[in-house]
Design a protein around this ligand. Structure first.
Ligand SMILES: [Zn+2]
Length: 77
């Protein structure tokens, strides 16, 4: 699995939505790619923030805006 492909799996990996086989490949890649491991860490932090916002945040558009911005930032890495 290369970095570009891994990026597409990362969010689903975080949500625990990947098949075992895909999950193994993601973990395999993360173990030998510090750059993607860093991305995962950042995405984890952002996801945690968004999760905390959700229950008290009635305006869904803020979360959408945030994740859109984040995705754009990650895309530029
Ligand atoms: Zn990578």
């Amino acid at each position: 699995m290369d970095c570009k492909r891994l990026e597409r799996y990362l969010s689903r990996y975080l949500e625990g939505e990947l098949e075992r086989e895909q999950k193994d490949k993601v973990e395999e890649h993360l173990a030998c790619c510090p750059s993607c491991a860093g991305k995962l860490k950042k995405l984890e932090a952002i996801t945690a923030i968004l999760r905390r916002l959700k229950p008290v945040q009635p305006r869904g558009d803020l979360a959408a805006l945030l994740s859109e911005k984040v995705q754009r930032e990650i895309g530029y890495w």
